[in-house]
Design a protein around this ligand. Structure first.
Ligand SMILES: [Zn+2]
Length: 441
């Protein structure tokens, strides 16, 4: 507490506060005070009530207050393809359904598809997402309009894009997007070459130079499955991770999505170069890509965040479900029920993701001075009673629909499950209309 009678915009009280700070402090009953975009005080409810004068007070009795979740890998607008084509071989799925659908994509479709994704994410407790897609300026606009934090970037590859055409335009577009959003409170822009099998070494190097020039992250899919490893080995004589090492791309500013098919040397490289890894367990399971060696990576000190990937391969953006799948997948993969704990999994979905996205010092805990990105989860539900250990409950029993309030950058964007930053019915109507264009009934 800075002083008596601190003024705040919003005060949450009477919850079980999981700060998730370095000491893992908890206050029960406790709360947090928010002014502007910042958390200004946390502590026991009694103390906050005595010392904080707030414009708005939310009594969250029976709820957990915690940092918002970070979806570290999405293709948000692919919500429009949710359930369009499932249970197919990967190449049939990609070439006969997803690529043709994407050829007809428009900026408008990306905007509304992303709004739908933002609605789903805010409603399920995600306060930050990291996106790669086409027409990414529309993703940036949708994130801003929805009031959600985002790291976005136009997907870049050697062949012509339905959005920008030639790669020269793609690089120019990315640079202008970086400049346009510089200093925005919610949205930042990254450079995002698609993958080592769709981007030439020259393109990867130009992407890295662009990212370095602007001090922004470089994001790519990496070693998603064995086919990719075989193809990169055939074309360049090295596995994908070693290929990027040879090009000088492996460093702490690289966010590598998937990292499923790894050998010992790949893991050593990712570890020694401090690459940020994002794990997408449900997508990897659904596309039968394999099981990323997440426990070994974590043991080797690699920072591993959690993502859902796009809705065509998941098919939802609920990080609570993703955490549950993640912990259980690695237990069975290792035939060891202690392999990945609820605690480690929750950390992946919050702090590790924040760190991967370069936001580790601003979000990921409910502490004074941090940006106010936090969620309130309602534990007064039959599937969440009784309560012995909140972390276990959050990972193994909670669902996104249990999130009651969502606050991002100090703004209440969902209150009592009502979205305050958009007209949800309009968003769902638009998505239904686009689905008739994507696959006429
Ligand atoms: Zn992806």
């Amino acid at each position: 507490m800075h002083s008596e009678n601190t003024h705040a915009d919003l005060l949450l009280i009477n919850g079980m506060l999981l700060t998730m700070d370095a000491d893992d402090k908890q206050f029960n009953p406790g709360g947090a005070a928010i002014r502007g975009e910042q958390i200004i005080a946390v502590g026991p409810s009694r103390q906050l009530e005595a010392n904080v004068q707030a414009k708005k007070v939310l009594d969250v009795t029976g709820c957990v207050i915690m940092p918002g979740l970070v979806n570290a890998h999405t293709h948000a607008a692919m919500t429009l393809f949710r359930g369009l084509a499932d249970d197919l071989p990967l190449m049939d799925w990609l070439q006969n359904y997803i690529f043709p659908a994407e050829q007809n994509l428009t900026a408008d479709m990306v905007y509304w598809g992303t709004m739908l994704a933002c609605a789903e994410m805010i409603l399920s407790g995600t306060t930050t997402f990291c996106d790669m897609y086409l027409f990414e300026h529309k993703v940036a606009e949708a994130a801003r309009d929805a009031g959600i934090r985002a790291l976005v970037g136009e997907v870049l590859y050697d062949f012509p894009s339905p959005h920008y055409g030639s790669i020269e335009n793609g690089l120019k577009f990315t640079e202008s997007l970086i400049e346009e959003w510089k200093g925005d409170p919610l949205v930042r822009v990254a450079v995002e070459p698609h993958a080592p099998y769709t981007c030439s070494p020259q393109l990867l190097l130009r992407c890295q130079a662009l990212a370095e020039r602007h001090g922004v992250p470089l994001i790519t899919h990496l070693s998603e499955n064995q086919n990719e490893v075989d193809e990169v080995l055939k074309n360049y004589g090295h596995r994908p991770v070693a290929h990027l090492e040879n090009l000088g791309l492996l460093n702490s500013g690289l966010i590598a999505d998937h990292c499923v098919a790894l050998d010992d040397r790949d893991m050593e490289l990712l570890s020694s170069r401090n690459v940020q890894v994002v794990h997408n367990p449900e997508s990897n399971m659904k596309l039968a890509s394999g099981i990323a060696p997440v426990c070994r990576l974590l043991q080797m000190g690699v920072n591993v965040g959690l993502g859902t990937d796009g809705c065509a391969s998941n098919n939802d953006l609920d990080l609570f479900g993703e955490m549950d799948s993640c912990a259980k997948l690695h237990k069975v993969a290792n035939m060891d029920s202690t392999a990945l704990s609820a605690r480690s999994t929750l950390k992946m979905a919050i702090q590790n993701g924040a760190k991967a996205l370069g936001l580790g010092d601003r979000i990921g805990e409910v502490s004074p001075g941090k940006w106010a990105d936090l969620i309130v989860v309602d534990f007064q539900k039959p599937h969440l009673v009784p309560l012995y250990e909140p972390t276990s409950q959050l990972v193994y029993a909670c669902r996104g629909a249990d999130v009651r309030h969502t606050i991002i950058h100090g703004r209440l964007v969902m209150e009592d499950r009502q979205l305050l930053s958009m007209d949800l019915n309009e968003v769902m109507d638009r998505a239904r209309k686009f689905s008739q264009i994507i696959r006429p009934l």
